[in-house]
Design a protein around this ligand. Structure first.
Ligand SMILES: *Cc1c(COP(=O)(O)O)cnc(C)c1O
Length: 351
């Protein structure tokens, strides 16, 4: 099975203008992108085209009804300059889970996988080699069909754009446990990577930042008593030597980093519990010094350690550990991702 993916190359590459030693996260874009259009009831073949601005009709439904979904993944180069992806089929599957929920037609798996591979072949010079750097990959789908009528579009565009990127977060973050706003609700779209989920997070996050925090810890929309996610990351909480993470649901995104970390932690002999965790339990653990770590997991930052949290106008600091689960698990997973360690799980995919 091999698709005939056409490539239209840029006239002149802009790669020489990029400082690969000082890459911001997701702000410099590679020469090409993958483009695939849905019309007349089916997806056309994907093609690789120059990265460029889009021209859309002002009535395109994406602008009015937010019918859009996305994914986030990374490509790495190992010491031998082999190009590596991490569990890419999981991203393809999840894009289609999001698509179904947003009434977007499913993307054929081979269009996603072969299109991505072709794009990375064409732009392989854009994949950074430096430790900690990667090519951030953003597949996304938007409704391009016309009309002010609030209904699903009849045309869509699936794009994959890439951005050579340095490490995502520097340093530990301080978080605020949210008591009023929610990022998702039962029956809603929290489990999907739908654009609007993030738009809805910006304002409460800004309020938290105004109070001196970096990020919000989302709690359940109903009681605000249970911890759900850390910003746009899944959350792990270490009490004594047990690692606890909230179970996935309608409201919580099923992160690929999350499930990989669960597996790696269990295989390292760490006791892992997937269960509801109440704010009360976390506060109590902080008070009696059994709360040892909190961290977020997601493709962009991989693992983002939390230095402390605020709740009901009290700030709680977490201890500075010499050997944290966060740092050892981060090393384990990034060593697998970048081919510095064997991959007994079959997660790494070589291009
Ligand atoms: C993308 C995302 C995550 C992390 O998912 P990964 O597959 O690990 O990148 C977690 N929570 C939310 C809300 C997300 O959007």
């Amino acid at each position: 099975m091999s698709l005939d993916i056409k490539v239209e190359r840029v006239k002149a590459s802009k790669i020489d203008s990029v400082d690969f030693d000082n890459l911001p996260f997701g702000h410099v874009f590679s020469d090409h992108m993958l483009e695939c259009d849905y019309e007349n009831g089916k997806w056309g073949l994907p093609k690789v085209v120059p990265y460029a601005a889009l021209s859309l009709d002002p009535s395109a439904k994406i602008f009015h009804y937010g019918q859009s979904i996305f994914e986030g993944m990374k490509a790495y180069k190992d010491a031998d300059e082999q190009v590596l992806l991490f569990r890419p089929l999981e991203n393809c599957k999840r894009l289609n889970i999001s698509a179904e929920r947003l009434a977007i037609p499913a993307i054929p798996e081979e269009y996603f996988m072969e299109g991505l591979k072709k794009l990375l072949e064409v732009d392989s010079d854009w994949i950074p080699k430096k430790d900690g750097s990667s090519l951030y990959i953003r597949p996304f789908v938007m409704a391009t069909g016309l009309g002010f009528h609030a209904s699903p579009a009849d045309k869509y565009k699936f794009l994959i754009a890439t951005a050579p990127s340095g490490a995502y977060f520097a340093g530990k973050i301080k978080v605020l446990i949210e008591e009023k706003y929610a990022r998702s609700a039962n029956g809603g779209v929290g489990f999907a990577k739908a654009g609007g989920n993030y738009a809805g997070q910006f304002y409460p996050t800004q309020l938290a930042m105004d109070k001196g925090y970096n990020q919000v810890i989302w709690t359940d929309d109903n009681s605000h008593q249970y911890i759900e996610e850390a910003g746009a990351m899944n959350i792990f909480i270490r009490i004594d030597n047990t690692l606890i993470t909230s179970p996935t649901s309608d409201r919580i995104l099923d992160g690929i980093t999350r499930k990989s970390i669960i597996q790696l932690a269990k295989d390292a002999g760490i006791s892992v519990e997937e269960r509801k965790i109440s704010v009360g339990e976390v506060v109590e653990a902080a008070r009696n010094n059994t709360l040892l770590e909190m961290f977020g997991t997601g493709t962009a930052a991989v693992i983002s350690p939390i230095a402390g949290f605020g709740y009901q106008n009290i700030d709680y600091d977490l201890p500075e550990l010499q050997e944290s689960f966060a740092s050892s698990l981060k090393k384990t997973i990034t060593d697998i991702q970048t081919n510095k360690a064997p991959d007994p799980y079959g997660w790494r995919v070589q291009l």
